[in-house]
Design a protein around this ligand. Structure first.
Ligand code: ADP
Ligand code: MG
Ligand code: ZN
Length: 591
């Protein structure tokens, strides 16, 4: 066989392989497109899971694509998880907490299985896999959810968004522009191309974006930032290009990019994944600069980590308008509760106002979820309609997890939990800025062995340094009590410690509350940026955080030593009756 012949055969073999690859790829595209209308962003999946809204998760070993079934939704949704093993662990921990999630782990797809048997074909298989992946990914450009198709435009209107009156007012202008662009352009008015919505998860960013599309009656094309990443170099960028290609065809329309921080975090000059991110981000900037203001495309983006965003995104002509979407205030919460109770059978005795008062700090998503849970609990309790106790139970379920009366406790654990919770309660009682105790319980709920519930705080815009310091003391009261009474400490305080550390860090790096470091924002900065303020500034930040925590722990300990009689009384009562309510608690302090 001469050299040319060999080459010929090689080329033929490669061609055949490619054809097979393309065939398989087409098969996958068709297969995927059939059930691919719905995707669930990863963060939303986590959110829904923590609310107990996920019924079933189906995954193929080794694949980051999972199928999920959300409660009360007919169709299964697809989601992409960043790391399958970590995800499986997470799901299993949720199951251990009492969540009823059916986790199905299917074996690898046949192709992959054949692959493991036929190692000699490995290079070929890699090629096929490559093709499949490339085709799938290019197909992903099609994944932007289009609620268009004329008959399926989003029906959500501003009326479905409760509270957020000022935000809606700002956004009405955009609705107007999408409806009657000529009115604006004739005046020479420049309409923002991009609007960035800031706010923590569940505050209604996606909802309000959809409402804009609904009000303007234009298509809503959405994609999540996390869907752009974790792929081959250049593909993230190509998906951005496809997304905008499609938007141009559909204009006037809304493009919604959820979790934009996933692609839009500060560009760095490094290698690997970051370079890939940079390319995606650059493409997004190019696209946004590319369309003229006559093309009626409005790009809305959402993030809960604004400090992570690259400054280039915020320049004029890009996301030059930023709107903060806050957690609802009292009035907002009441409105949200009203909207979400419309389709539910709620008893006339239920006072939504008092529920709104009890839920300061809750997001719209959490409130909606509470009403859902209440409906489920009412059904379980065989009530005719949803009663106040069902809602109260739902609030506890959403905040601390489900009560587990059956979990067996050793006497030692019970005693430990009783003193831990009594520690929180006693310490808070003697701290002027901390709100009153509403209920203490040592019946396990979710992952928590027990809990101390406080009366809801008023809505506050500002929190003072004193208040934050006292919050730290209250949080560390549990651990201090363990140490004081049992002279041993447990893992039960890990969440308290996590929260306390977060607060202390924010005090120093975000709110400028450290006398030594002064009012400088260190948060989300790269080490070199922080170094600008001094060589050992990182050490100083750490030392300041530690000082706050140490001081709070000492204060908690001192309060408990001083009021040891109360600590013992409450803990012993808890061991006997497992729960203490507000009235009982206050009685114990009447001398
Ligand atoms: P985000 O995108 O900010 O994480 P979403 O818009 O996805 O939050 O909100 C999730 C759900 O929570 C919504 O579908 C809606 O049911 C409820 N919700 C959140 N905010 C509001 C609000 N302001 N009014 C009514 N419902 C809300
Ligand atoms: Mg969202
Ligand atoms: Zn605790």
């Amino acid at each position: 066989m001469n050299k040319d012949n060999k080459k010929q055969i090689m080329i033929t073999v490669i061609s055949i392989v490619l054809l097979i690859g393309i065939g398989i790829a087409i098969f996958f595209i068709i297969k995927n497109n059939n059930n691919d209308d719905k995707t669930l962003a990863y963060t939303d999946l986590i959110k829904e899971m923590s609310y107990g809204n996920i019924e079933k998760i189906e995954m193929t070993v080794g694949s980051t694509n999972v199928k999920v079934k959300v409660k009360n939704e007919e169709e299964e949704k697809k989601s992409i998880v960043p790391n399958t093993e970590a995800f499986i662990e997470l799901v299993q921990s949720k199951v251990a907490e009492g969540n009823e999630i059916e986790l199905i782990q299917k074996p690898k797809s046949p192709i992959a299985q054949i692959g493991s048997g036929l190692v000699s074909f490995l290079p070929t298989l890699i090629m096929i896999a490559l093709f499949v992946m490339i085709y799938k990914m290019q197909g992903l450009g099609e994944k932007g959810k289009v609620y268009d198709e004329t008959e399926r435009k989003t029906k959500i209107k501003f009326d479905d968004v409760a509270g957020l009156d000022e935000e809606k007012e700002e956004l009405i202008e955009i609705v107007d522009f999408l409806k009657r662009p000529e009115k604006f352009t004739r005046m020479g008015a420049k309409i923002p191309k991009g609007v960035l919505l800031y706010g923590k998860p569940g505050t209604g960013k996606t909802l309000i974006a959809k409402a804009i599309a609904g009000e303007a009656d234009v298509p809503f094309i959405s994609m999540s930032g996390s869907e752009f990443i974790e792929m081959f170099a250049g593909l993230g960028a190509s998906r951005v290009r496809k997304l905008f290609e499609k938007a141009r065809k559909m204009a006037p329309c809304i493009v919604f990019i959820d979790e934009i921080d996933a692609i839009g975090s500060r560009r760095t000059s490094n290698s690997g994944a970051e370079t890939e991110n940079n390319q995606t981000l650059n493409q997004l900037l190019v696209e946004m600069d590319g369309f003229s203001s006559e093309e009626t495309i409005i790009v809305l983006a959402a993030t809960n980590r604004p400090e992570m965003l690259d400054g280039a995104l915020l320049r004029p002509g890009r996301f030059d308008r930023q709107i903060t979407v806050p957690a609802p205030d009292l009035k907002g919460r009441l409105e949200i509760l009203k909207i979400h109770s419309k389709d539910k059978k709620i008893s006339e005795d239920v006072n939504l106002e008092s529920i709104a008062e009890d839920t300061a700090g809750f997001t719209g998503a959490e409130l909606a979820n509470i009403l859902n849970e209440a409906a489920i609990i009412a059904t379980k309790n065989k009530h005719d309609d949803i009663e106040e106790i069902d809602i109260e139970e739902a609030i506890k379920k959403v905040t601390v997890g489900l009560e587990k009366k059956t979990r067996k406790y050793s006497d030692k654990d019970k005693r430990l939990t009783a003193f831990h919770e009594a520690g929180h309660a006693v310490v808070s009682r003697y701290l002027p800025t901390q709100t009153n105790v509403k209920e203490i319980s040592i019946i396990p709920r979710g992952v928590a062995g027990g809990y101390t519930m406080y009366k809801s705080d008023d809505d506050k815009y500002y929190i003072s340094k004193t208040e934050m310091k006292e919050k730290l003391v209250a949080l560390l009261g549990g651990r201090a009590a363990e140490k004081l009474v049992l002279d041993d400490i447990s893992t039960g305080a890990s969440n308290d410690i996590e929260v306390a550390t977060g607060i202390a860090r924010d005090m120093v790096t975000k709110y400028g509350m450290s006398d030594d470091l002064g009012p400088i924002d260190f948060q989300g900065k790269e080490p070199y940026e922080i170094q600008m303020f001094g060589e050992n500034i990182g050490d100083k930040i750490g030392a300041e955080v530690k000082m706050l925590i140490d001081e709070a722990y000492r204060n908690a300990m001192n309060l408990l030593i001083e009021h040891r009689d109360k600590l013992d009384l409450i803990a012993e009562t808890l061991i006997k009756q497992e729960k203490i309510n507000e009235a009982q608690f206050n009685e114990m302090f009447e001398d």
